[in-house]
Design a binder for this molecule. Structure first.
Ligand SMILES: Nc1ncnc2c1ncn2[C@@H]1O[C@H](COP(=O)(O)OP(=O)(O)OP(=O)(O)O)[C@@H](O)[C@H]1O
Ligand SMILES: [Mg+2]
Length: 438
C-alpha cells in the first residue's frame, strides 16, 4: 500500500488543514514516513522535502496516544531566531484548529493540544530548553549547523525515559559547526537508527537543478543537490585553473564601469580591478597589492592608473570595512565616497557579512560551474590574486581557511563583488527560494 504522507485531507479519521498539500509519491520519503525506528538520520539535498516531512511527522505524533497523559515533542533548529523564522508558523499551519487547547503561546513557541500533547519549537543554541524534560520525540533540522556534542549530551539523555524518537535532518555539508558530527552520525549509525539519502532532483524541478548547476562549482553542487558527503581537503578555490581562468585576452575596456573589490587590510592592502562583462561574467584585468598603506594612498594609486576612466566606478567590500576606522574619523567607505576624484562612484558593502562558505561557493561557481562553464577570467598580471587562488587552503580537518601572512586577502577582495553580483546561499532559507536575486 502506498503511504499517505498527505495524499488525503485526513489522517486516520482526523481532518487536516490546507497546509497538508498533496505530495508526489517518493519511495524513500514514504519509507521514512512509515519508519518506526527511534533514530532517523536524513542527509538529503537542498529543497528535497526534509523539512516538510519532519514537520508533518511531528504534527502527526501530537495526536498519538501514549501510556502517559502529557506527551511532549520539540522541533529544533540551530538558533532560536531560525526556529522562529522557519518553523513556528509553518508548524502551526499544519495543526488543525480543533486540535488546539487554548491559544498557541507565541513568546515561548509552545502549542498545547486537546490530546494532552505539547509541541515546543526550540533553538538548539538554548540547550536548557531541552534539558530537564523527558521528551517523546523531536526533530533537529539543519543538523550540520548544530553545536557538536548537543545530540549526545543534551538530546539523547532527554529522550531516555520515554524511549523518545529523534529525526535528524540536514544537507550533508562540509561547512558548519556540526558538519563533521552529522557526517559521522550518518556514516556510522548506531543501534535503532535508520539513514536516508536522496538527491534534490527527486523533488525539485529540472529547471531548478539546472540553475543550481550554473551557479555552483562541481563540489558544492554534488554536496548541496546530490546529497554527497564531500571531503574538505586542499584548495578552497578548487574550481580555479590557471590554464583556463587566466588569459592575456582580459583587457581594460573604457566603455564599461570599473569594478573594484577591496580588502581593507592595511598590510597588504589588496584590491582587484575588473569589469562585469555581459550578464554573467567578471573580468579582472588588474590588482593593487600595496604594503603599509591606507585607503587614501590606495585610491591615489587607483587614480594614477585609471583616473582617466569616464564610465564610472563601483566599489565592493565586506561589512567590517563599513565600520572599521582606517583613519581618525573616516571609515574606508566614507573615504571613497568623499573622494571627489571618484565622484558618482557606487559603493556597495553588505550590512552583514555573508557566511564565508557562501562567498567561496559563489567564487567557485563563477570560476567554473558544475556545467564546466567558466565566467571569471583574470589577466596574468594579477600575480597576487592568481597565487592566492592557487594556494589558499583549509586548515586540515576543518572548514576554516588556513590564512597566514598575506594569504586570503586577494581572494577575499575578489569574493566581495562576486558574492554581491552573483549571490549564493549555502544555508537553507526555509523557503523555496535558494538564491537571492541579483
Ligand atoms: N514528495 C513531494 N512532492 C511534492 N512536493 C514536495 C515533495 N517533497 C517536498 N516537496 C516540496 O518541496 C519544497 C521544499 O521542501 P523542504 O523545504 O522540505 O526542503 P528541504 O529539504 O528542507 O530544503 P532545505 O535544504 O533548503 O531546507 C516544499 O515546498 C515541499 O512542500
Ligand atoms: Mg529544510
Amino acid at each position: 500500500m502506498r503511504c499517505c504522507i498527505a495524499n488525503s485531507s485526513t489522517l486516520g479519521d482526523r481532518v487536516l488543514t490546507n497546509a497538508w498539500t498533496q505530495l508526489r509519491y517518493h519511495e524513500l520519503q514514504a519509507k521514512m514516513w512509515r519508519s518506526k525506528v527511534r533514530f532517523i538520520i536524513a542527509a538529503c539535498g537542498r529543497g528535497s522535502g526534509k523539512t516538510e516531512l519532519a514537520r508533518r511527522r511531528i504534527v502527526r505524533y501530537l495526536a498519538v496516544r501514549k501510556p502517559w497523559p502529557d506527551p511532549i515533542y520539540f522541533y529544533g533548529l540551530p538558533t532560536y531566531k531560525q526556529a522562529k523564522r522557519v518553523a513556528w508558523e509553518q508548524l502551526l499551519a499544519l495543526i488543525p484548529q480543533d486540535w488546539l487547547k487554548g491559544k498557541p503561546n507565541i513568546s515561548d513557541m509552545v502549542v498545547k493540544t486537546i490530546f494532552g500533547s505539547k509541541l515546543y519549537v526550540v533553538g538548539m543554541d538554548q540547550p536548557q530548553r531541552i534539558e530537564g524534560v523527558q521528551w517523546d520525540g523531536g526533530v533537529i533540522d539543519e543538523s550540520a549547523d548544530i553545536k557538536p556534542g548537543t545530540f549526545d549530551r543534551t538530546v539523547l539523555p532527554a529522550l531516555a525515559h520515554r524511549e523518545g524518537w529523534c529525526l535528524r535532518i540536514g544537507v550533508p555539508k562540509r561547512y558548519g559547526i556540526g558538519a563533521l558530527e552529522f557526517k559521522r552520525a550518518f556514516e556510522e549509525p548506531g543501534e535503532k537508527t535508520e539513514t536516508f539519502n536522496w538527491p534534490s532532483s527527486d523533488i525539485l524541478r529540472p529547471e531548478e537543478i539546472a540553475l543550481a548547476m550554473s551557479k555552483l562549482g562541481a563540489a558544492d553542487f554534488r554536496e548541496q543537490y546530490e546529497a554527497s558527503f564531500e571531503d574538505i581537503s586542499g584548495a578552497i578555490f578548487y574550481a580555479f585553473s590557471e590554464a583556463l581562468n587566466v588569459t592575456e585576452d582580459i583587457l581594460y575596456n573604457p566603455s564599461l564601469p570599473i569594478l573594484v573589490g577591496s580588502d581593507f587590510n592595511v598590510d597588504p592592502m589588496s584590491w582587484v580591478i575588473g569589469h562585469r562583462v555581459g550578464k554573467d561574467k567578471v573580468h579582472i584585468f588588474d590588482e593593487l597589492s600595496i604594503r603599509n598603506t591606507n585607503t587614501r594612498q590606495t585610491l591615489d594609486e587607483l587614480y594614477r592608473r585609471y583616473g582617466q576612466h569616464s564610465t564610472g566606478f563601483e566599489f565592493f567590500g565586506d561589512a567590517s570595512g563599513a565600520a572599521r576606522r582606517s583613519s581618525a574619523d573616516m571609515s574606508d567607505y566614507l573615504q571613497i565616497r568623499n573622494d571627489t576624484r571618484f565622484s558618482g562612484a557606487r559603493v556597495y558593502y553588505p550590512p552583514a557579512n555573508p557566511r564565508i562558505a557562501s562567498r567561496f561557493a559563489a567564487t567557485n561557481g563563477l570560476l567554473c560551474n558544475a556545467k564546466q562553464e567558466r565566467r571569471c577570467f583574470i589577466h596574468p598580471r594579477c600575480t597576487h590574486l592568481i597565487q592566492d587562488l592557487k594556494s589558499r587552503a583549509y586548515k586540515e580537518g576543518t572548514s576554516d581557511p588556513d590564512d597566514y601572512g598575506d594569504v586570503g586577502h586577494m581572494t577575499d577582495a575578489l569574493g566581495y563583488p562576486i558574492h554581491k553580483l552573483f549571490p549564493v546561499r549555502l544555508e537553507s532559507t526555509g523557503t523555496d527560494q535558494i538564491y537571492s536575486s541579483n
